[in-house]
Ligand binder design. Structure first.
Ligand code: MG
Length: 160
């Protein structure tokens, strides 16, 4: 078994929605990012890569590469999952925390969980997504952006 963790932050900017865990969520702001700025999937990619000893998301999908401009971050996760598959790893579970004052995640939690389960090729009971705030402290508390932390466990793929 291997454990990995990931962390990501993006600033809010002009716009009327953000993408979290591959789900578009209505918000009074958008996200400043080279890709779609999905902090959940970026933190998840780093956790997966970290668990497998494969570096980080910036190594594999550099934000200087025009190929990734406006890219859907689900593509990053799918690519990382292919890398894990060829190395014989499957996901045991993933636990994710989103840190922001707004938007409120409760109405989207089931959809985000379903989206993550599909991307990771696991059951919904192997994925958990939590929301918290910083009690109005710091840049997240001032609603300047949004952060996510991810922890994943990888297990060897069972022999057929
Ligand atoms: Mg990012």
């Amino acid at each position: 078994m291997r454990i990995g963790n990931g962390f990501d932050v993006h600033a809010f900017g002009p716009g009327d929605s953000i993408v979290l865990a591959g789900v578009r969520i209505a918000h009074s702001r958008g996200i400043v990012a080279h890709s779609d700025g999905d902090v959940v999937l970026h933190a998840l990619c780093d956790a997966l890569l970290g668990a497998a000893g494969l570096g980080d998301i910036g190594m594999h999908f550099p934000d200087s590469d025009p190929l990734w401009k406006g890219a859907s971050s689900s593509h990053f996760v799918s690519t990382v999952m292919e890398m894990l598959k060829v190395r014989g790893w499957i996901v045991g579970n993933a636990d994710i925390t989103v840190i922001a004052e707004l938007p409120k995640l409760a109405p989207y939690r089931l959809e985000m969980r379903r989206s993550l389960a599909v991307l990771l090729g696991v059951g919904e009971n192997q994925v958990n997504i939590k929301g918290t705030t910083t009690e109005s402290l710091g840049f997240l508390g001032r609603r300047e952006g949004i952060a996510a932390q991810a922890v994943v466990l990888l297990a060897p793929k069972p022999a057929q």
